[in-house]
Design a protein around this ligand. Structure first.
Ligand SMILES: NC(=O)c1ccc[n+]([C@@H]2O[C@H](COP(=O)([O-])OP(=O)(O)OC[C@H]3O[C@@H](n4cnc5c(N)ncnc54)[C@H](OP(=O)(O)O)[C@@H]3O)[C@@H](O)[C@H]2O)c1
Length: 286
């Protein structure tokens, strides 16, 4: 559990806060006094998160956004900027794990689009608000599974031999490559990434293959396996509240060593440039 913190007057944006670890994180930031903007596709579950935060004495607003479409990500950033003139913390948490290969309407592989391209673009589009806000922070949600990911920049659409875990692991490695590269490019805003822990009871495995669904359903019933959403939120909350480090990968609340490929500056730059091209922005940012 995080110690209490004072976030009165601050604005936090938590993506993927209609359930799971994102909802638990949003709740906690609301309890600390932040006004929390929560996003997701489900209006019903988004409004439930808002009510939860309000019941705990906080304030929140839900924005509906499907991260499979880059135009929607841009519209979310515009809507945010219309309503708010500060952003103290951006928590890029939304993610999915697609059981079968799907291409989005933009032509991107779905898991890469939702888990990597969307936070890449959202961060780009909100960066000026973050820069204008004193002591702003960025927290990205990765996973230990990043170590099993491969980034073949010639096959970003995963044309051959789709494997759900490989697609998810690739997106989580991309989260870390992005975190490290952005931290290297940004002087004033700490950018860190967290593996929250294995949470078999979250919604992430809902669309997994049958063996994955069976394994996680079993694991969710065994108290010794994995962790709860509330505990998993700890690492995100800690970095969302304040950060004295940047470009660091955490497992829970502890700094950890990421896969060595994360230190490959050429790979990071390559992915950065390809991502910019895929979402249609100038790679020369910030
Ligand atoms: N659970 C674990 O064991 C585990 C382990 C390591 C890392 N993580 C990471 O922790 C983060 C949270 O995962 P979780 O376990 O809390 O999963 P979750 O319960 O499935 O929550 C995922 C959130 O992302 C949103 N989302 C999914 N697809 C979306 C889309 N196309 N557009 C917009 N939002 C979308 C969902 O909202 P809607 O359905 O309303 O869109 C939901 O709010 C993820 O980044 C995940 O990779 C989880």
């Amino acid at each position: 559990m995080n110690d209490a913190a004072d976030m009165d007057g601050q604005v936090a944006l938590v993506t993927g806060a209609t359930g799971g670890i994102g909802r638990a994180t949003a709740r906690r930031l609301g309890e600390f006094g932040a006004h929390v903007v929560v996003t997701g596709r489900s209006r019903e579950r988004g409004e439930e998160t808002v009510r939860d935060i309000e019941r705990a004495g906080g304030s929140a607003q839900f924005f509906r956004a499907d991260f499979a479409a880059m135009a929607t990500v841009r519209a979310l950033a515009d809507e945010f900027r219309d309503r708010y003139d500060r952003l103290d913390v951006l928590v890029n948490n939304a993610a999915c794990s697609a059981d079968a290969r799907r291409l989005t309407a933009d032509g991107h592989e779905l898991t890469l689009a939702v888990n990597h391209l969307a936070p890449y673009l959202l961060t780009h589009d909100l960066l000026d608000v973050l820069v204008e806000t004193p002591d702003a922070r960025i927290v990205n949600t990765s996973s230990t599974v990043h170590r099993r990911g491969g980034v073949d920049l010639a096959d970003l659409r995963l044309e051959s031999n789709y494997d759900a875990l490989a697609a998810y692991a690739r997106s989580k490695l991309a989260n870390l490559l992005f975190t490290t590269e952005l931290a290297a490019r940004l002087d004033d805003i700490p950018v860190n990434a967290v593996h929250p822990g294995f949470v078999p009871g979250s919604g992430l495995y809902r669309d997994g293959s049958l063996p994955v669904r069976l394994f996680t359903a079993l694991a969710a019933r065994l108290p010794v396996v994995g962790t709860s959403v509330a505990e998993a939120a700890d690492g995100l909350v800690r970095l969302a509240v304040a950060s004295d480090t940047t470009g660091t990968y955490f497992e829970g609340r502890e700094p950890a060593h990421p896969d060595p490929r994360v230190h490959d500056a050429r790979l990071r730059e390559h992915l950065w440039n390809v991502s910019a091209a895929l979402v249609g922005i100038d790679p020369d940012w910030p």
